[in-house]
Every structure is written in structure tokens, then in C-alpha cells.
Design a protein around this ligand. Sequence first.
Ligand SMILES: Nc1nc2c(ncn2[C@@H]2O[C@H](COP(=O)(O)OP(=O)(O)OP(=O)(O)O)[C@@H](O)[C@H]2O)c(=O)[nH]1
Length: 865
Amino acid sequence: MRLLNSQGGCRLWHQRLQCVALVNKACFPRAFTSRHYSTSHLPNHGHDPNVEATRNIGIIAHIDAGKTTTTERMLYYSGITRRIGDVDDGSTVTDFLSAERERGITIQSAAVTFHWPPFHEGQPTKSDSPRHLTPHTINLIDTPGHADFTFEVLRSLRILDGAVCILDGVAGVEAQTEKVWTQANYYNIPRIVFVNKLDRDGAAFNRTVKEIGSRLRGFPAVCHIPWWEGGKGRFTGVGDAINLCALKWKEGGDGKTIQKFSLDELSREDPSLREELIKARASLVEGLCEFDEQLLETWLECDDDTLAVPPQVIRDSLRRCIIDGSGRLIPVFAGASFRNIGVQPLLDAVDDLLPNPTERPSSEVSVGEKRGSLSDLLDGKLSLASSWSKHLSKKSSSATSIIAQIEACALAFKVVNDPRRGVLVYIRVYSGSLKRNAALWNTNLHVTERAQRLLQMQASDAVEISHISAGQIGVIAGLKHARTGDTLISYPGVNPKTGPPAPLNMLQLRPIDVPPPVFFAAIEPHSLSEEKNVAEILANLLREDPSLHVNTDEESGQMLLSGMGELHLEIARDRLVNDFKAKATMGNIEISYRESVLSATNPHRVVFDRDIAGKKGKAGCEATIQPLEDATQASDYTVTRDGNSISINIPTSWFGEEDEGSSLPKELPLATVREALVNGAVAALARGPRRSFPMHSCHVTMKFDPSTDLFGSDTSPAALSSAARLSVQAALKEALDGDNIALMEPVMNVVISCDEGSLGAIVHDISSARGGHVLSLESDGSEDSASELPAIDPKRIYAPPDPFASSNSSDAAGPGQARQVHARVPLKEMVGYLKHLRSLTGGRGTFIMSVDKFERLSGPREKAM
Ligand SMILES: Nc1nc2c(ncn2[C@@H]2O[C@H](COP(=O)(O)OP(=O)(O)OP(=O)(O)O)[C@@H](O)[C@H]2O)c(=O)[nH]1
């Protein structure tokens, strides 16, 4: 037995920090001495960082699995914080909003940068060392677990190179974990799993590992097994099947003192753990060999002795098996963050197993309608629109030379209103290097802004940096426009109004669809004079969170805020009133229904002719509305907005043969005309004629014929938008007068987790009282899952026995067996459902839901509304 750290523990963080490194004896015989790291000489962050030693990772899980608790420990052990923050007393770094601290949940994803292992001056780095011995820059995104914030999770996922999925060792694989796991599969994100809370009564590592195979549908490669004191007692540490050792944490300490036991030492300390560890090693090697021939060869060279396979060979094999992000093999680690157990080896695994940015596939981009990879675009392999090539031939330049001038391409993945620093825009740079003071073209908003200050966030501190290079995450302070989800391009000599040459000015990284809002509430400023201020605050809130929407009723001027769930809007209200100090009240949260047309209207032509802001405005256009399902694509320009589609028809003679907009006035190019018409139509569709709910599932055909609808310089974009809005409104009025407007309601996909004993009552309640349809009933390991992958045969899965396996556990058949009900239920019937579910299940049932689609309200349901 060796003590890896002095009992003195850690002194102040600006002094030398003593920290444990978990080192393998076989590779590093001298490693059994304490290692000392200093955090007082952090490198000049962001300046030529070593991209291979960078990890952009997220922590994903079900609500309350312990993401924030684990993150706090990571920050502490890396030397970023001086004390461990506690979710329960609201002192965490990553949950920094007051609303988050009060509720003890994570709402916004915050990114923090730290190093693991911490830097040590003059620390030698050997190319053949395990990765976890070299300091790595870890950019960590803490993502929310509540279903209302799924969009936040999605938005974070697309910028991650790897993820740690935290499971609650008592609850096992929960519904939200499955959902986020599936989303991570979609983005092909390499993942490792940390089974947390193993200190709690009822913790079941064995069952959780089996559920990883059955519910997450990947082969669990158990790298750590729990160490229960004396086989049945307190959870004290882990057995490490990669390094063939056991690690024991000092009880009640800050987790920095770890005792390490070799297999020999274990024969005296805990022979049963030794025996189990040998089994775990054999299962790990044998399991991996099914996926990795390279390891199989080494194993054969070791005469089939699984104990003889060097740890680094196993780490390399694990890495190869997970790097494609398919989730087919899942490395599993164990711990209890709250008791400070298991976090440092988890950090080692992040360095060792998860990929660096260069090992990930190139980011997806869209340029107008065209989609492809960023690397193909940069290499000139993405064939772009014909207008682009015409533009090129005229200017006698090549596409590649124009594209090659892109200095940097970045995605704003998070906007945060920091009380001290103002608006912070978190970005990930995908190509080139984004320099301080660069002019950035925002391809979503079509504006240019200067990146005056670049920062790197370290917990609650920020460090000024001069540039952010490809693969890195950083912050731009002081931008006035950029929103979450916007793409920013740095391009030399960019025209501040039009951006880089078209169509590069439309380049978008990893575009993501914002789900439709299903709840809304009125926002009432306390006085007329407050209206402007409240509107500005709402605009700020929307910059942070694009899944919030604000509509202002044209007639009453009332502002309606809509979002993804009740909690989502409650949090928005807290932000508005408590954080932004808006003098406003939020009304009741209500369901956001939709309206739709039942049949096609006649064409309605309108000529708008009125002064706008003291200037004459005149424009005409024609609109027809029909149900989306009846629409045939007869236009060369169709866009989808908020569940409706809008086609713009302009006779091709006005722009077709030559450059875009050639026959249109210079100040009114084709793109501007289209955008103005679409904006007008969207404004009209935001308010249905029957109950003022937004229109849905409609197709609008707009016609603009310059020979009759263009009135010289009077036809401004504002006039065009007004004409479009009025013509759509006229068509909607016709539909209302003809009794052709239907109401639609949001119908949810619901997954209810319960036990076998409550299943009957739940199914009855859903299908009779709530008008829902039960789609499937799953038990643990059932094949009937939404996942396309087959469940792993539990017989193939190794996991050590649980000392406390209870009769209630899900793998025991009977009333305690875990079941899942998948159903489609109208949202209205799900309001307040959690309370009811709790009463049906003795407090144990949980559910998650997401919008499936909007459906026409049946007669009786409409009457009841
Ligand atoms: N016993 C025990 N409790 C833990 C452990 N880890 C976290 N907890 C507790 O579990 C609760 C939830 O922990 P959080 O860290 O807030 O979980 P989270 O996943 O960040 O939750 P959200 O942010 O709401 O998604 C808190 O009360 C923690 O103290 C653990 O290892 N053991």
C-alpha cells in the first residue's frame, strides 16, 4: 500500500497544489511517490494551445444524477477553485444563475476551462507516456438535465468532441439519459460513463451496468468496479481493471488523499476484491477483443494471459473502440462525487480515452440550401449554387481563392448576460484563428461586429487572450448582436453591410432546428414607460435562449413570451424579474394552441401605400394559403418557418439569366425582396384569425411581379414586408369568414418510468382519463425501444455482484420490476401530471415528454377548451 499524497492535503490554490496522479506501476515504476503540481504558473491560455492536448467535453445525464457535483470536484482537483462548491447550499461555480442556485438544478450550460492534470513547472512530457500524465486543456460544458432544457443540451452536444455521461447508481439508466444518449449518438459523440452515487443506500452497480447494455445499447466495458468495505460495507473506493490496482479514498477528506493497492497488496487488504478485479480485467480484455483486433493480437502475444496485457494497450484499445462516437462500446467508471470518490481517475479517462478536436469529423455546414462538411467547403469540394459560379467567372477569381481567405469560422453556442462582465458570447472556433479586434460577419443576422475582447473562462475568472484557434472554446465580450446559434466569420476586408462574397455570407455551422414552443404567458410591463425597457430585456433573454419566443400583438401591443415547458417559462420569469430587474409581471402560463387552414384560399393581392417612418412606402404582392399537406413545390424559393412553409415566386426574367437581382433595382437585390416578403408573411402567420394563436401546417404562396408590384424607390423592404403581411392577413380573413380555420393542439411523446405494480393504473389513466394512446410497454432489456440498435445480451455483460441487491431492483421480476410506458398524449392532459403520477406510483414514477406534433382538436375537445 502506498500513500499517494501527503496527509497535509491542499494549501491555498495560488500556492503549490498537491494533487494525486493515478499512475500505472507497470509503465512507471517510480510513480509511487507523491506528485506535486503547481497551478501558479498556468500557461498563457489560448496562445497556440496544443490542440492534441485539448478536450471539449460535456457532462450529460438525467436530472439530479450529479453533474454539477462532479463538475465542482473536477474544478477543485484541477486547482481552479479553492474549495468544493455544494449544489445543496447553492455555492457551485457552474450553476451561477440565482434561479439555478435556488432550485439546485442546472439551467444554462456554462463552459469552463481547466487543466488535467494541473500544470507543473518544468514537468517533463514524454511522447510515450499515457496521456493522463501530460496536462490537457479541458473545456467543459455543464449541460442541464431537465427535459424542458433539452434544446440547451442539443445545442451543447453539437460543439462537443466527447462526453461523460453520469448515471445515478441507485436509479440506473433513466429516461432522460436515454434521450440525451440517443441525441449524442446522432452527433456521434464518443462517450464514457460514470456511475455515481455508489455511496447511497440501494446503489446497484451491477444492475446499472446491465441497464447500460439493455437501455443504452452499447457493450459496457467495465473499467472500474466499486470497492465496498469488507465486501458489504461502506463504499470506499474502486478497483481499477485497466491498471490492476485498487484505489481507496480517505473517508471524510477532500478526496485528494488516495491509497493505492497493487494486486499483491490486495491479497492482504481485501482478497475478495482482488479476485473480482482479476475477473473484471479478464472480462474487459475479452470484451474489448470482440471489437478490436489489435488488442486481440496483443492478448495472443501475451499467451492469453489477460493480466499480462499492458494497461496502455488497453487504454489505446478503448480509445479506438469509442472514437467513432457510435456508442457501440461504453467504458464504465465508478464513484461517488459527493463523497469525493472516483473523480480524479475519471479525469484521467477523459485525457486518455476521449478525442481531441482534430480526431473528430469535420463540422457540418450549410450554404443556402446546400449542406456538406466544413472541410469539403474549405477544400473547394462543396459545389455551391450556380449564381456563385457565375459571380466567380465574372470576377475572374476561383471559388477556392475566395474560400481560402476565410480567416476563422466560429459558432456562438451560448450567450450569457454576466452581471459583472456584460454580454459574453461563448464560441467554438472550427477553422483558422479568431483574433482580437477581428471584424466578424454574423451569417444569421447579416451584421458585422468587432471582437474587441477575447476571454477564456476559468470558473468565475476570465483571462484575456489575443486569439482563439481552431478546436478551442472561448468567449467574446461586448458583442451587441450575436445570439446563441449564430455563425461568425472573420474575413479580410469584409464589407460590413454585405459580408464576404455571396454565398459565403450565408455559411452556417451545424444548423439546428428550434423546436416549437408549446406554452406561453403574457408579459405585462408595470407602466407604459417601462415597455421599451422590458422589450429590450426580453430581446436579451432571447439572445441567450433561442427556444424562447416573443410575439407582440399588433393591436393590443401585448407581449407574449412562449417556451418549451412550464419550468422553462418560470425560469425565464425569474431571469426577467430577478436578474434583469424588469418592472413587469408574467401572466398565467397557458398552452400554446395553433390554428390552421382547412382548404386553399383564393389569391389576395394587396398594394400597400402608406408612409413608413416619414418616408413614402409602396409595394404590392399576392398571397394564397393552403394546408401544408396539399402543397406542391412549384417555386424555386421555399423556406420553412415555425411549422409553415412560404414560397416566393418572382418571374425569372427579373433575375434569372444574369447575376442575382440584375433587373431589380440595385438597392433591392433578389435576396432582400425575398427576405422582406418572408418576414411579412411570418408576421401575419404569428397571429391566427380565430383565437390569435400562431398558424401552423400552412403553405403560403407569395407572388411578386415587379412589372406591377414594384414602384421605383418607394418600394422599400419595409413596404414589401407590409404588403406581404396585409395580403396574408386578407387570405386568413377569407378562411375565417368561410369557417375554414381549425384549432390544433400540441400532442406529446411521453415516456413514463414506473414499476410493474403501478403499470395497470398508469395505462388505464393515460388511455381513458387523458385521451392518450399507449404506444408500447417496455421492461428492462426489452427489444421494443425507440433505439435502432439491438439490446446487448445480458449474459455477455460482466458486472461484479451488488452487495446490497434488493428485491425491489429492476432485474427482479415482480411488482418492483422497472417498466416504461411510451404514449402519445395531448399536452393539455399532461399539465400537473407529475403530482398525479406520484400518487399512482407511491412517489416513484417519473416521466419525460417532448412535442410530437400539432393535431387538429376533435369536436368535443374543442368544445371543452
Ligand atoms: N449521496 C450522494 N449524493 C450525491 C452524489 N452526487 C450528487 N449528489 C446529490 O444529488 C443531488 C443532485 O446533484 P447535482 O450535482 O445538482 O445533479 P445535477 O445532475 O447537476 O442536477 P441538474 O443540474 O438539476 O440536472 C444533490 O443533492 C447532490 O448533493 C453522490 O455521489 N452521492
